[in-house]
Write a protein that binds this ligand. Structure first.
Ligand SMILES: *Cc1c(COP(=O)(O)O)cnc(C)c1O
Length: 415
């Protein structure tokens, strides 16, 4: 194993050049934006850009219908609304996710229920999902974390057996595949985010894929993103039957989205290659547990998260990260600081100030240890950024840096 002196001990860093960068936006976006402005309207229903963006998205994904929204959070709320999730329903989801997964559940006055995760895919364990179903359960929001697919066959089978809707949170998982199918097209609804940190950006924005192929389902979803105005049925347009928010996308976002979507397959290919080759380069190392994929999984690595076994590694996670950072390899200990149920909203059961609604409908509680595997994942995870602009040299030096640090500490541990 590599014998070099660690950079943290004064040796030469493994990473010799800065990470590759590049321009996400170019002339293509500018042209689309100018065309959007020249339409003399920026309203999605009158202009052509959001419509084109969705038509291109539908073609790329092979789906009949989708709806544009103002964010990924909005997309998930819209899908929940279209699925009929309402007051007092329970929705099963992941404890390691963005707050955006939870916002719509609570705004529908439904109660989030957390299923535990598989130790190395970091995605929901189907057995835990099934164990948390009650007569109140209405839907499952699966989160395909960091570009990696959930075990969709098992989850869909459970959902169908119990009559539950499945909403896929694909905010981190563009063009991710599961047994040859794109995630986001497998459940009843697939939700995407185009915020500035995802695989593609429109500044902010989102998409809901409506997978039933049912036109009425599409119309319900469309209306739920637009105050429940039935713009697709002009006679009934203002017959607002129940509450829905205004989550419309503007033509400016649609215009940028058209250009971004053309780059998406390349972006996802680059990220897939980088992540898979990183795993191949470190999987033999003692104390390093690379991320795993479910059978038939193909990841587009929004980030790369491995786990460390401190006993085998011979150092703590924090020592490992500090040594790696000194080698010039970007990394961070963990992901989100705690499972999402450890935040005050759940610990104090207070979604609306001065009220315990909707938690008090069921007396839901969220004690530490609720999802033991998820908690352990966050305590042992090391996260490395991934970018479509990273080079062959970045990959080689990142692998070399990890091998050097692991080599050092395992020699120390053996000595
Ligand atoms: C980013 C993200 C969201 C929310 O998307 P926004 O566009 O920021 O609202 C939801 N879920 C996951 C898993 C995310 O990463």
């Amino acid at each position: 194993m590599e014998q070099d002196v660690l950079a943290i001990h004064g040796g030469k860093p493994a990473k010799t050049a800065p990470y590759g960068t590049g321009k996400r936006f170019g002339e293509e976006e500018v042209r689309e934006l100018v065309e959007a402005l020249e339409q003399n309207t920026l309203f999605y229903h009158f202009g052509g850009k959001v419509k084109r963006f969705l038509a291109d998205f539908n073609a790329l994904y092979g789906i009949p219908y989708s709806v544009a929204t103002s964010s990924g959070t909005a997309a998930i709320h819209v899908a929940l609304g279209a699925a009929g999730v309402t007051v007092g329903d329970e929705v099963i989801t992941s404890p390691i996710t963005d707050q955006g997964t939870l916002v719509g559940i609570l705004y529908q006055n439904a109660i989030p229920v957390f299923a535990d995760l598989q130790p190395h895919t970091y995605n929901m364990d189907p057995a835990s999902v099934e164990a948390r179903i009650t007569p109140r359960t209405k839907a499952i929001v699966v989160v395909h974390l960091a570009g990696a697919p959930c075990d969709m066959d098992a989850i869909m089978a459970i959902a169908r057996r119990h009559g539950l809707k499945v909403i896929e949170d694909c905010a981190q998982s563009y063009l991710t595949r599961y047994k040859g199918r794109l995630v986001g097209t497998i459940g009843d609804y697939g939700c995407f985010s185009t915020n500035d940190f995802k695989h593609m950006s429109t500044g902010d924005g989102g998409i809901v894929a409506v997978n039933s192929g049912d036109e009425e389902d599409y119309r319900t979803t469309h209306a739920f993103a637009d105050k429940n105005y039935r713009r697709l049925d002009p006679e009934a347009m203002r017959n607002v039957a129940y509450l829905a928010p205004n989550y419309r996308m503007t033509e400016l976002q649609g215009a940028v989205g058209i250009a971004q979507l053309k780059k998406l397959p390349w972006i996802c290919e680059q990220r897939n290659r980088y992540g898979d080759r990183l795993t191949a380069g470190i999987r033999d190392l003692p104390g390093i547990q690379p991320p795993a994929l479910v059978d038939g999984g193909w990841s587009t690595y929004w980030f790369y998260m491995l786990r460390v076994d401190e006993a085998k590694l011979g150092c703590t996670r924090e020592q490992f990260c500090a040594a790696l950072a000194a080698e010039g390899v970007s990394c961070g200990a963990g992901y989100i600081p705690h499972t999402v149920y450890m935040t005050p909203i759940f610990q104090q059961r207070c979604a609306y100030p001065g009220s315990h609604f909707p938690f008090d409908i069921t007396g839901a509680e969220y004690p530490a240890g609720l999802c033991a595997e998820a908690e352990t994942i966050l305590q042992t995870a090391v996260r490395l950024p991934v970018s479509e602009f990273y080079t062959e040299q970045d990959l080689a030096e990142t692998i070399a840096g990890i091998r050097k640090v692991v080599g050092h500490y395992s020699r120390v541990a053996q000595a």
